[in-house]
Write a protein that binds this ligand. Structure first.
Ligand SMILES: [Cu+2]
Length: 457
């Protein structure tokens, strides 16, 4: 089975529980404050890709509540927990991870529990949290809890607050989360951060945010410098040729689904070397929070591009009032591209000077190596070759709809993937009927997800 299909099933597992609960509640007319039925919790438990690391035990009332509206991190799983008395216990394993970031590019990143970025940890404000960390990396590391106000012994800085965790060792972090907001965990070692050692840590508020939202999505922004025909990121580089949301480049990013008329929250986290201006098409949003927690409503102002600096989180919310597939992307032009150097190999030198026929032939042979059908949808002028500067984007659009197909892409216009590259995804704002059609497709593939994961790992 292809990696894409494997990913597709993994995503379905990661997505499953939260969105099913959501659609139930929307039908019941109570958006935003959604209690899952015991059956749905059962479902989440059984389909967890990390069951072996830490299966849920019987759900306490508090544990039920904190699944009320979980954040969904597309393309990245959630980390399950078990209860030890009143303590939520998570098991996190730092380890090398093979990550397919594009249909024709798999990299050797480092991450946690088989995922890069690491699985999302979600807790409730007020929770006592224990994270049993195991280091399966080839070198020492530690875990820093970014933004959390916790005792210095838990801060995760080698030699300052603890001894480094040696390869093969375990280390137990334990603290009480008195804050609410969008935090993260990461290795406190610069090169390890750039190898991908980062994950979300979301603390849901004791009292629901107002206004409530119907969808809550998380995006982690990362950048990679990977030489052609290489798989290991060059963590010393300052120029980046691969840009990812949640560990994948468009068009492999899983579209975010939003029911028409719903309110959507996006939590955008950046850990890299650049700041990313993230732009949403067709809607205005307000910044309702940062990496420090919820922002007072008096500070909210309309915008559609938010600069997410390094080590920052920007939480934005908007009303999904317009039907369509609306892009969300970093607006830095070079961050809206994928590197094709791996495909081009020793022919890359030829690309600056091409006739249309030669360029098309080259693109078609590149596409065959993936494989997908190269489509050239945008016409060029009959005298294009005599215009200085031509070509720019003319031959770069590579439609690969079938290779990245998943329920969330169902119904998109043909060749949609040709315009999707780099740090890019979309919010699909869908009327009820279309929304339900995709949800039923996701349900149909859900039960296979766990098996699929075991094959991957
Ligand atoms: Cu960018």
């Amino acid at each position: 089975m292809s990696g894409t299909r494997r990913r597709f099933f993994q995503d379905a597992a990661a997505f499953g529980a939260g969105l099913f609960g959501l659609s139930e509640a929307l039908r019941a007319g109570t958006p935003g404050n959604i209690a899952q039925s015991p059956h749905e919790n059962e479902r989440a438990r059984h389909h967890s890709p990390y069951g072996s690391y830490g299966p849920h035990q019987a759900q306490s009332k508090a544990a039920m509540r904190d699944h009320a509206l979980s954040m969904v991190t597309p393309d990245v799983p959630d980390l399950p927990h078990e209860m030890d008395g009143g303590v939520k216990v998570f098991h996190l394993v730092g380890e090398p991870v093979k990550r397919k970031i594009a249909p024709y590019k798999t990299i050797d990143a480092w991450g946690y529990n088989g995922s890069c970025p690491g699985p999302t940890i979600q807790v409730q404000q007020g929770d006592r949290v224990r994270v049993v960390f195991e280091n399966r990396l080839p070198e020492s590391t530690s875990l820093h809890w970014h933004g959390l106000e916790i005792p210095i012994e838990q801060d995760g800085v080698p030699y300052i607050s603890q001894k480094p965790v040696a390869p093969g060792e375990k280390y137990v972090y334990e603290f009480t989360v008195h804050q609410e907001g969008s935090f993260f965990y990461h290795a406190h070692s610069a090169m390890q951060e750039m190898m991908g050692q980062i994950g979300f840590f979301v603390a849901h508020p004791e009292r629901d945010y107002k206004p409530p939202v119907d969808h809550d999505y998380g995006l982690i922004l990362q950048e990679w410098a990977i030489l052609p025909s290489n798989t290991v990121p060059n963590t010393a580089a300052m120029e980046f040729n691969w840009l990812t949301f949640n560990g994948v480049s468009a068009p492999m990013t899983t579209p975010l689904l939003a029911r028409l008329g719903s309110r959507v929250r996006l939590r955008i986290l950046n850990l890299g070397m650049d700041h990313h201006p993230v732009h949403l098409h067709g809607h205005q949003f307000v910044v309702t929070g940062t990496e420090g927690g919820r922002a007072p409503e008096s500070t909210w102002c309309p915008m559609n591009t938010v600069l997410v600096g390094v080590a920052q989180v920007r939480v934005v919310e908007f009303e999904a009032n317009y039907t369509g597939a609306w892009m969300i992307h970093c607006h830095l032009p070079h961050h809206m591209m994928n590197s094709m150097m791996d495909l081009m190999g020793d022919r890359q030198i030829q690309t600056a000077d091409q006739t249309e026929r030669k360029a098309m032939g080259q693109m078609e042979s590149l596409a065959r190596s993936v494989p997908f059908q190269h489509v050239h949808p945008s016409p060029v002028a009959s005298n294009a070759e005599s215009v200085p500067g031509f070509p720019q984007d003319a031959f770069m659009e590579m439609g690969m709809d079938e290779v990245v197909e998943k329920p969330e892409t169902y119904g998109l216009p043909k060749n949609w993937s040709a315009g999707m590259m780099g740090m890019m995804t979309m919010v699909r704002v869908l009327p009820d009927k279309e929304y339900e059609a995709i949800m039923s497709k996701k349900r149909a593939v859900g039960p296979l997800a766990q098996d699929e994961h075991h094959h991957e790992s």
